[in-house]
Design a protein around this ligand. Structure first.
Ligand code: ADE
Length: 221
């Protein structure tokens, strides 16, 4: 069994697949660390047009995701895995952060269902089957697909075996609170007159560590 599984309920699987088949997400899948599954919400749509949305009671613009297709899709997934937990990307959710990503990554054998809403929003009663409401920030996107990719990427890369060096996820930005990592340089030493701080070429690991600590940026400040 993979260490983590994501089942993504979406109308736009084709928007998600290229990213999940690329680079680190592909590698995580290839190594059996992460599993990505898709459920086409349209298959649970109602009537001859397989409709998944309708107009809001009380009036107003746009269409809302209906309860029936969503509940039926989630209940079908949960029949196979009753422990799967449901994530709903929504601007009304808790702001996603590194600590939560780490918590998700550390839950061995976890299965997350990500429900990607589209249109203007969703029927409020859908929240009764949601475990986590997640916001990516104070702006509004057209759907849950981009948030789903961000959530998946930020979690999967923290699972041991996904990144090259086992320490890179630990050392880097945000890991100890809200630190943004120190400046880094690679070759050449002199690029168009911009040179690398000499301390980094000194070989003195104690001094280098001190320089890096002093030059780490902190989100709080
Ligand atoms: N759906 C639309 N906007 C969103 C946001 N900012 N975060 C998460 N889901 C969203």
């Amino acid at each position: 069994m993979s260490k983590i599984k994501f089942t993504i309920i979406t109308l736009f699987q084709e928007a998600l697949e290229p990213y999940l088949n690329t680079s680190m997400m592909w590698k995580a899948k290839d190594k059996g660390i992460a599993e990505f599954d898709f459920v086409n919400l349209r298959e649970y749509g109602l009537g001859p047009h397989k409709s998944v949305d309708d107009t809001p009671y009380g009036g107003g613009d746009g269409m809302l995701l209906r309860c029936e297709p969503v509940f039926n899709a989630i209940e079908d997934i949960k029949k196979k895995d009753p422990n799967a937990q449901v994530i709903l990307p929504t601007p009304a959710g808790e702001i996603w952060n590194q600590a939560t990503a780490r918590q998700f990554a550390e839950t061995e054998g976890a299965h997350y269902i990500i429900l990607c809403p589209h249109y203007e929003g969703y029927d409020e009663r859908i929240l009764s089957i949601v475990d986590y409401k997640v916001s990516l920030g104070k702006y509004v996107l057209t759907g849950g697909e981009l948030p789903a990719l961000i959530i998946i990427d930020s979690v999967v890369r923290l699972i041991p075996g996904v990144l090259g060096g086992e320490t890179s996820a630990i050392v880097e930005s945000f890991s100890d609170g809200d630190n943004i990592e120190y400046p880094q340089y690679t070759k050449p030493y002199d690029f168009r007159g911009m040179t690398v701080p000499d301390i980094l070429l000194s070989g003195n690991h104690g001094e280098i560590a001190k320089w890096r600590a002093a030059n780490s940026k902190n989100l709080q400040k």
